[in-house]
Design a protein around this ligand. Structure first.
Ligand code: PMP
Length: 363
């Protein structure tokens, strides 16, 4: 039984999980029904966990319409380890990869790829303080690139690609950490998709990798075992002990998502939530959105107030009213409302109401 009052949690990640999921975790924590042991205690080689892992993959495949020819992996090390694993596995030493740079996370991905081989910047919006993502015509792509990498949603700056870059025959790699499964995704356009799960899919501790079979043949045999995608594929993500609890919760989150109509339905809900917040930002000069209109993220809504003092007061007053986690990332300043899949629409309504009142009192 949930006994404490929950507030609205706008954190960028780890982030709000569906209440029904938390309640089920709590109900079944001491002993999984029919198992008599906690999910925190059972062996990852046990039948109940095997069922969880298989079910999780099956639900991911159904929800994401993941075609045959793609492998689904549950890894550790976060999206940050993927910044390294990707070039180590699929960027040959003499080769070059294209990176589209749209924020701090893309920059970190570039930094790690440069340790392996050469990197070309196919586009960057840094000069505009990452207020937008590039358009297709602004991409300067190398047709000989080993792959092209981009960040689908920029968690810190609050911008999002509303199209999938056309990179021709070059394998497309995406960091989808902060908008994975927030809308339908055409997996067939990608060679590799990765995401730290702690925003839209699960608690922290598991990283989802969806990789096309042909990418597995590039790995140099000298690469340490734990860093090879092929090893994790051959061992069905059980080469070593996987993050059992996080995968278990992911399974419950996916079931929650399916029950609510899958990715089309969640996209409609996410659009509705984001539209309400942007409408409030656009209603008045008091609030200024960071992202350019055409690049606005539906997951992380970033905005400024007239002064830093007011921004501090906004965060403090909001917390006092049960709206937590609204302080923006230090590199952008201002406010950030992260409203991932599980974030309730009532929380958005409460924030819009608070913004209105805050302006009335301080504007
Ligand atoms: N990429 C993006 C887009 C992110 O938002 C984050 C985390 N906020 C990361 C990568 C890094 O993820 P992790 O902490 O799982 O390494």
């Amino acid at each position: 039984m949930v006994t404490t009052t929950r507030i609205f949690n706008f954190s960028a990640g780890p982030a709000t999980l569906p209440l029904e999921v938390l309640e089920q975790v709590q109900r079944d924590l001491v002993a999984l029904p029919g198992v008599g042991m906690s999910i925190l205690e059972i062996s990852h080689r046990s039948k109940p966990f095997e069922d969880v892992l298989e079910g999780c993959e099956a639900d991911l495949r159904t929800l994401g319409a993941i075609p045959d020819g793609y492998r689904v992996l549950f890894l550790q090390g976060g999206a940050s380890l993927q910044f390294s694993m990707i070039p180590m596995n699929i960027l040959p030493p003499g080769g070059s990869a294209d990176y589209i740079v749209t924020g701090a996370w893309s920059q970190k991905a570039v930094k790690e790829a440069k340790r392996v081989a050469s990197v070309r910047i196919a586009a960057t919006t840094e000069a505009d303080n990452f207020t937008h993502v590039p358009t297709q015509s602004e991409l300067q792509l190398d047709p000989a690139a080993a792959y092209a990498h981009y960040t689908t949603n920029n968690t810190i700056f609050g911008t999002e690609f509303h199209y999938v870059p056309d990179v021709g025959a070059v394998p497309l790699v995406a960091d989808a950490s902060s908008d994975i499964f927030s809308r339908p995704i055409d997996v067939g356009k990608f060679a590799l998709i990765y995401a730290g799960a702690q925003k839209n899919l699960a608690p922290a501790g598991v990283t989802l990798v969806i990789v096309r079979d042909d990418m597995l043949r590039r790995t140099p045999s000298t690469l340490p075992t734990m860093l090879q995608y092929g090893v994790h594929v051959e061992n069905a993500s059980m080469y070593n002990t996987p993050p059992v609890f996080a995968i278990y919760v992911m399974r419950l989150v996916l079931a929650w998502l399916m029950k609510r109509g899958g990715l089309e339905a969640i996209e409609r809900k996410n659009a509705r939530k984001a539209d309400k917040l942007y409408a409030e930002i656009d209603r008045t000069e008091f609030y200024r959105g960071h992202a350019r209109t055409d690049s606005r993220s539906r997951m992380n809504v970033t905005f400024r107030l007239p002064t830093e003092e007011l921004e501090k007061k906004f965060a403090k007053d909001a917390t006092a009213e049960g709206l937590d986690g609204l302080k923006g990332h230090r590199s952008v300043g201002g406010m950030r409302a992260s409203i991932y899949n599980a974030f309730p629409e009532e929380g958005v309504d409460a924030l819009v109401h608070f913004m209105h009142e805050f302006e009335r009192r301080n504007g």
